[in-house]
Design a protein around this ligand. Structure first.
Ligand code: CP
Length: 372
């Protein structure tokens, strides 16, 4: 049995397989109308959502299955203090697959370690959002006919935008991707993504704050919302929230074949006047997301049927595991609040004693004592 916690849990070949299935569902929806008859998805949303939750629910209904779940933490027993681990064990008694969104980085990972059914990460804190990446990749593939040799501009909140982090991790596995990272200096892409994803894969990138200057080179423009809910300093959010507003005037120098994506919701970073531009793909992206989620549900349920044993989520690459000797410094990490959760780190760079929290991937340096 497998779960989808991070986009890199799936190989490039598996992602192409999902895109093939999604294309087949679009072409022949009637063939899939009973594919999940008798199956239930539980949508456990501890944080607001329109697209992700409802597209999972629409996806399961269109596959002939049914849906249970909640749309806010306060309507679940999380409000009484129930842990993510217990929630996952309980829901495993009711449903066949879980889609979970949670404000804590790493919460779906904890759920997957405790559930006896597949868990899909539907967005965890500022960490990642792999099913949005499925929608993004499929949209790029359908619009451009390829996932390589593209100049991709990411614009807006590159610091907290989990969709940006997941899509960069996915694009790193294709060849000829050039990144243009457009943000105010306060919202630049985190250093660890630059070093461990971009540099590690030898991707070309430039950083700029100038959207209009970057525009002519772009094949894809991925606009993002400034994530007000993740700012510790609300005044900083108010100062930065209107930094980029895409208008028809700003697209004058853009390629005719540009594809404009946005994970949505948009607040004001794309003028509604852009919606009628044939280059605006963000509503197609929403539709593509539902078909990719249908393909994902089919794949994970099929794998669970063929192999119901949970795949261990740690240790599979042989890295040393350090348990309960170090603490994660990320205040948003699930390990800060989850009852009796072990603090677990993977030694990722032994020569520098650098470790990663297994829940949120925050980097910490171990002491010699920690490693004994
Ligand atoms: N793109 C996205 O995750 O939208 P929702 O927050 O509405 O699910």
């Amino acid at each position: 049995m497998r779960s989808l916690i991070d986009i890199v849990d799936f190989s490039v070949e598996e992602l192409y397989g999902l895109m093939d299935t999604a294309s087949d569902i679009i072409a022949h929806p009637e063939r899939y109308a009973d594919a999940c008859r008798g199956k239930k998805i539980a949508t456990l949303f501890f944080e607001p959502s329109t697209r992700t939750r409802l597209s999972f629910e629409a996806a399961m209904l269109e596959l002939g299955g049914s849906v249970i779940g909640f749309s806010e933490a306060n309507s679940s027993s999380a409000a009484k203090g129930e842990s993510v681990a217990d929630t996952a064990k309980v829901i495993s008694c009711y449903a066949d697959i879980i889609a979970m969104r949670h404000p804590r980085d790493g919460a779906p990972f904890v759920a997957a370690q405790n559930a006896s059914i597949p868990v899909i990460n539907a967005g965890d804190g500022g960490h990642c959002h792999p099913t949005q990446t499925l929608a993004d990749l499929f949209t790029i593939y359908r619009e451009k006919g390829r996932l390589n040799d593209l100049t991709v501009g990411f614009c807006g909140d590159l610091k907290y935008g989990r969709t940006v982090h997941s899509l960069i991790a996915a694009l790193a596995r294709y060849t000829g991707i050039r990144l243009v990272l457009i943000s105010p200096k306060e919202l630049k892409l985190p250093e660890n993504i630059k070093t461990e994803v971009i540099a590690k894969h030898g991707m070309e990138y430039v950083e700029t704050s100038d959207l209009e200057g970057a525009m002519p080179a772009l094949d894809i423009l991925y606009m993002t919302r400034i994530q007000g809910e993740r700012f510790a300093d609300k005044d900083e959010f108010l100062r930065l929230r209107d930094t980029y507003i895409l208008t028809p005037e700003k697209l004058v120098t853009a390629k005719q074949e540009l594809a404009i994506l946005h994970p949505l919701p948009r607040v004001n970073e794309i003028s509604v006047k852009v919606d009628d531009d044939p280059r605006a793909c963000y509503f197609k992206q929403v539709s593509n997301g539902k078909y990719m989620r249908m393909a994902l549900i089919l794949k994970l349920l099929d794998e669970a049927k063929r192999n119901p044993t949970r795949v261990p989520l740690i240790c599979e690459d042989g890295a040393k595991i350090i348990r309960n000797r170090m603490r994660c410094s990320n205040s948003r990490c699930i390990s800060m609040v989850e009852q009796e959760l072990d603090q677990v780190f993977k030694l990722t760079e032994p020569e520098k004693r650098i470790c990663r929290c297994i829940y949120c991937e925050t980097k910490e340096t171990a002491t010699e004592e920690d490693l004994k």
